[in-house]
Write a protein that binds this ligand. Structure first.
Ligand code: ASP
Length: 335
């Protein structure tokens, strides 16, 4: 039995050119075997999800497909590598961390900016690092991302460069490891191990939305978003330490009403790094009055997926708001 499971979901790493740009490609198993042949890498078995997707097309239901594939094979392997498109890789890493909870082996997501087999592809290095982390007895028993020279906590990571090969970082959390000449794993930073939960979830369409504030944001747009009938959670991406535009009182009034109608609003910063301090300014303090949850240093990806998973688990109202304010699996620094 091979030591590692590689689960291929799609993405640039396995794509081939077409007249309309890159599309998921065939023969990935052969191409992968050719690429890895002769390298002293851990033994693996490849499983491909059908259909392979461009991760820009990913929907929450795809997280269930991944979780089901893991559940079926979990006890047969020492670790798992998931190959995924980079566009929503941080969303999937976050979602899986909330769905699975504590783990007893590493689940390492990776992908590539340049397809496997193309000149200067980053796929071989990313793959080799991911396989080594997944096979290492000290590999973190959590959902993580191996990309370029770094190993990141999945629910802290963001795609920070659209073209650079160092495409992912975790601006508010230290790396879990670093790939230089040696692979250095920062073992004490890993989460405590546990038994994963493979329960499939029912994700309701449109239950969660994200609204970035900007100069010129109109109360009418806010009304349109908050009027969506299925809406149960809203991620509000505000300026700096969590400051929204007041809109002459219209924002807080609308958000307070939404909260009373059962919509939980979570405030995250639009800044690349740093945390929300809701109340440092009067503009932000108004959000406290409206019952908005301060998202601390949650990434937008973690905020959205945490809401999606908790709502799919049946949380609502106060219970949902309080769960959003409480760290679950390393995704935020407590207030
Ligand atoms: N659109 C691709 C995807 O996310 C981009 C990539 O993989 O880098 O599947």
């Amino acid at each position: 039995m091979p030591r590692l499971l590689i689960l291929h979901t799609g993405g640039t790493i396995g794509m081939l050119p077409s007249p309309r740009g890159y599309v998921p490609g065939t023969d990935f198993a052969e191409r992968l075997a050719r690429q890895l042949a002769g390298q002293a890498l851990p033994d693996y078995r490849l499983v491909e999800l059908a259909p392979l997707i461009d991760s820009a097309d990913l929907a929450p239901a795809d997280w269930n497909r991944i979780v089901a594939a893991l559940a079926e094979r979990w006890h047969d392997y020492a670790g798992v590598v998931i190959l995924h498109g980079t566009d929503t890789l941080a969303h999937t890493a976050s979602a899986l961390s909330f769905m699975l909870g504590a783990l007893d082996k590493p689940v390492v997501l990776t992908g590539a900016q340049i397809p496997l087999g193309e000149p200067r592809s980053d796929a071989p290095t990313n793959l080799a690092t991911a396989l080594q982390v997944a096979a290492d007895p000290s590999g973190p028993p959590e959902v993580c991302i191996a990309f370029h020279d770094r190993l990141l906590r999945g629910n802290r990571a963001r795609k920070v460069r659209s073209q650079g090969l160092d495409a992912f970082d975790s601006p508010d959390a230290p790396w879990l490891g670093e790939a230089g000449i040696d692979l250095a794993l920062h073992v004490p930073r890993a989460l405590p191990p546990g038994t994963p939960d493979f329960t499939p979830l029912t994700f309701a369409d449109g239950a969660v939305a994200m609204l970035p504030v900007h100069p010129g944001l109109s109360p009418a747009l806010l009304d349109a978003v908050l009027a969506a009938p299925a809406l149960r959670g809203l991620v509000l991406a505000t300026y700096g330490v969590g400051n929204p535009p007041g809109l002459a009182g219209a924002l807080v009034e609308r958000l307070g009403r939404a909260r009373q109608a059962g919509v939980v609003v979570v405030n995250v910063t639009q800044c690349h790094q740093g945390r929300v301090h809701q109340g440092a300014y009067a503009s932000g303090a108004a959000l406290n009055d409206a019952g908005v949850v301060a998202g601390q240093d949650l990434t937008p990806e973690a905020a959205i997926t945490k809401l999606q998973v908790l709502i799919a688990r049946g949380l609502a109202g106060e219970a949902l708001a309080s769960a959003m304010a409480t760290p679950r699996c390393g995704e935020m620094t407590a207030a």
